[in-house]
Design a protein around this ligand. Structure first.
Ligand SMILES: [Zn+2]
Length: 242
C-alpha cells in the first residue's frame, strides 16, 4: 500500500516535469506575466448594489457591466469580501436631508467637504441589496458601511471622519491577507477610497480597471487614478489575473 502511494507520487512528479518541458518557454513566459492570487490575496467587491446599477437612484453609467467581469475573476480567489453601502433613511450624505440642497452639491461638514447624493442604499431596502446577478457564493464577509447617520463612508476601511474604523483592516490582518484586488462601484469614490485606505493599512493593492465603473464629477475619475497611483496602487485589467 505504502509502496503503491510512493510510485503514484513519483509518476505524478514526473508528469509535472513533462508538462513543464512541453509548455516550453512560451507557456512559462505567459504564466509569468499573469498575476496569480494566492491564499494571502483577497478580492474586494465594492458596493455592487441595485441603487448603483442602471435604473437605480444613484446609477453609475454601465455599472452593470462590472458584474460578469467580477463573477469571472472571483473564481480565482479563495478569499472574497463584499461591501455594502448601508445608510440610515435621512443620512447626512443625502441632499434631501438638507433644506434647499440638490444632489451633487458640496457642503461643509465637521469632517470636511461632503458631496450630497440622491437618497440611496437605505438599510433593508431593495436598492441596498447586492445585485442579484453577482454570483460569488464563496464570499466570506459582507462589510456594511455608512450606517452612522452623521458620517459618510466611501471607504470600506475608514469612515469619512478619518477616525472611525470599520474593522476590515484587522479582519484581513487576522486572516493573514496582505494583498487585495479592488473592484466594483464607483471607481472615483468608494473604490478609490477603499484602495487608498488599503495602501495606508500596509496592503499591496491592485485595482482591476475593467471590473470598475465611475461616476465622474468634474474629472474625478482621472483625479482618483492620479491619487491612487501616487500611493502605490497598481492599475490592472482583469486579463492580467491568472
Ligand atoms: Zn452612500
Amino acid at each position: 500500500m505504502i509502496h503503491l502511494q510512493r510510485r503514484e507520487m513519483m509518476f505524478g512528479l514526473a508528469g509535472v516535469a513533462l508538462a513543464h518541458s512541453m509548455l516550453g518557454r512560451v507557456g512559462m513566459a505567459m504564466a509569468a506575466d499573469k498575476i496569480k492570487p494566492g491564499p494571502s490575496s483577497a478580492l474586494i467587491v465594492v458596493d455592487v448594489q441595485n441603487c448603483f446599477l442602471p435604473g437605480g437612484s444613484l446609477a453609475v453609467k454601465d455599472g452593470d457591466q462590472v458584474i460578469p467581469v467580477i463573477n469571472r475573476i472571483a473564481k480565482d480567489f479563495d478569499n472574497v469580501v463584499m461591501t455594502q453601502d448601508w445608510h440610515t433613511a435621512h443620512h447626512i450624505s443625502f441632499a434631501s436631508t438638507h433644506d434647499g440642497k440638490k444632489p451633487f452639491e458640496v457642503i461643509k461638514l465637521p469632517y470636511g467637504n461632503q458631496v450630497l447624493w440622491p437618497d440611496h442604499c437605505v438599510q433593508g431596502t431593495d436598492g441596498a441589496s447586492i445585485a442579484q446577478n453577482i454570483n460569488i457564493p464563496h464570499a466570506q464577509l459582507i462589510i456594511r458601511k455608512g450606517f452612522h447617520n452623521d458620517v459618510d463612508s466611501y471607504s470600506a476601511f475608514l469612515e469619512a471622519d478619518k477616525e472611525t474604523r470599520t474593522g476590515l483592516a484587522s479582519y484581513l490582518k487576522e486572516r493573514k491577507i496582505d494583498t487585495v484586488f479592488v473592484t466594483g462601484l464607483a471607481t472615483d469614490f468608494c473604490v478609490a477610497w477603499t484602495a487608498m485606505d488599503a495602501r495606508n493599512a500596509g496592503l499591496n493593492v491592485y485595482v482591476v480597471e475593467d471590473a470598475c465603473r465611475g461616476i465622474d464629477i468634474n474629472g474625478s475619475i482621472a483625479k482618483a487614478w492620479e491619487d491612487m497611483t501616487k500611493l502605490g496602487v497598481k492599475r490592472i485589467q482583469s486579463s492580467d489575473i491568472a
